[in-house]
Design a protein around this ligand. Structure first.
Ligand code: HEM
Length: 368
């Protein structure tokens, strides 16, 4: 289904229901947007329109450039966040590490100072909550207000870059640097909201899931410390075992028969990556987290597949590998705290943690 966008459209890929559509007050707020008519981009677009946005974002966020620019930034930031709790012997890993890291990278992408992180996270939480389509009206209205604030923030930055020779992310989308086509305001706003949410929510879950596995899996911490070349495989196994986004959606454009089941045109399908990733035809004992599993042929669907496959997967993997490397190098005996059991995320379709308290000792080399 992911491989056939001409049969399964992704124009409502993100949610089971469109919360705004059934909320007149939110629609009234959204009508005041500076970026009308609204544009569906990337994950919400098909065909040529999608190709155009995909080209622009690949240019603006190319894995090679991302890694060159972001590799050292990620490492510096991971260590700065660890510095804040390393001497305490314990921390709440979601709020003290998993959230600030990806959020700070989104701030780098938008070229804004770290002081904006709280605001960016507030907007992201608000948009993400509205996506579930199962929230009270006041949450949807708040998300509509936040949408306008976010749009103004992006469009002011776009205006400051239009016609300049800057080469940062927003300048690339605005001016079409290096042969890419310039995009219009509405397209840029929509792409940026996908970067805001996509760039952090699922990475937060990935980092939390990894820290949980290190704390809960006997011997894993010392195995990864002794042989750091195993870290990428452990990250891949965690991605497979617990996809942060459990599912995305597609709509059938024609009648389809899938697994012997006739599905009418116009049906909304929930593609459950969490289930596919444990398919016993592909993964023996798929329910088990096995860091030594051969995941070299990454069949898992955690980053999707085909034309819409995640544009941020290189950066997400890099964030994860650098975080695990720093944790096992600087801390030891990482463990869960029995009096503070981990609390799973309560957002529909998300596999991650809301709270993850851990205890540890500072490593000897670290204190020297
Ligand atoms: C562990 C972290 C991440 C996970 C699990 C994840 C998951 C996904 C999935 C499943 C898709 C495909 C959706 C579909 O086919 O309907 C996707 C697309 C996308 N992701 Fe990610 N993502 C992650 C990190 C990131 C990061 C760090 C960024 C940006 C910096 C990002 C930006 C995007 C964008 C813009 C798309 C849309 C691509 C398109 O439609 O062409 N993601 N992601």
């Amino acid at each position: 289904m992911l491989s056939h966008p001409e049969r399964f459209t992704s124009r409502e890929a993100l949610s089971s229901a469109n919360a705004y559509r059934s909320c007149p007050a939110a629609l009234e707020t959204l009508a005041k947007s500076r970026a009308l008519p609204r544009q569906r981009t990337l994950i919400l677009a098909d065909g040529e329109q999608h190709q155009r946005h995909r080209k622009a974002i690949q240019n603006a966020l190319s894995p090679a450039r991302m890694m060159k620019e972001f590799g050292p930034t990620i490492e510096r930031r991971v260590n700065t966040y660890i510095d804040t709790f390393v001497s305490e012997g314990r921390c709440e890993a979601v709020s003290q590490l998993a959230i600030p890291l990806p959020m700070s990278l989104v701030a780098v992408i938008f070229d804004v100072p770290d002081e904006m992180i709280g605001t960016l996270k507030g907007w992201s939480d608000s948009f993400f909550a509205a996506l579930s389509g199962l929230v009270p009206e006041e949450v949807v209205i708040r998300a509509a207000r936040d949408t306008l604030e976010f749009e103004n923030f992006i469009l002011d930055r776009v205006a400051a870059r239009r016609g300049t020779d800057r080469t940062d992310f927003l300048a690339r989308l605005t001016n079409g640097v290096d042969g890419a086509e310039p995009l219009n305001d509405a397209e840029i706003v929509n792409i940026c909201s996908q970067i805001l949410v996509g760039g952090n929510e699922s990475t937060i879950s990935l980092i939390g899931n990894l820290i949980y596995q290190i704390a809960a899996t006997e011997g894993l911490e010392s195995e990864l410390r002794t042989d750091p070349t195993k870290i990428p495989a452990a990250v891949e196994e965690c991605l497979r075992h617990e996809p942060p986004l459990q599912a995305m959606y597609r709509i059938t454009l024609h009648e389809e028969t899938i697994g012997g089941q006739v599905i009418p045109a116009g049906a909304k399908l929930m593609l459950n990556f969490g289930s596919a990733n444990r398919d016993e035809n592909f993964y023996r004992d798929g329910e088990d987290f096995d860091p030594d599993r051969d995941n070299t042929e990454t069949l898992h669907l955690t980053f999707g597949r085909g034309r819409h496959a995640c544009v941020g997967q290189t950066i997400a993997r890099r964030e994860a590998v650098i975080t695990v490397t720093a944790l096992v190098n600087r801390l030891q005996n990482i463990r869960l705290l029995p009096d503070h059991p981990p609390a799973r995320s309560r957002i529909f379709g998300v596999r991650g943690f809301e709270k993850l308290h851990i205890a540890f000792e500072r490593r000897h080399q670290e204190t020297e």
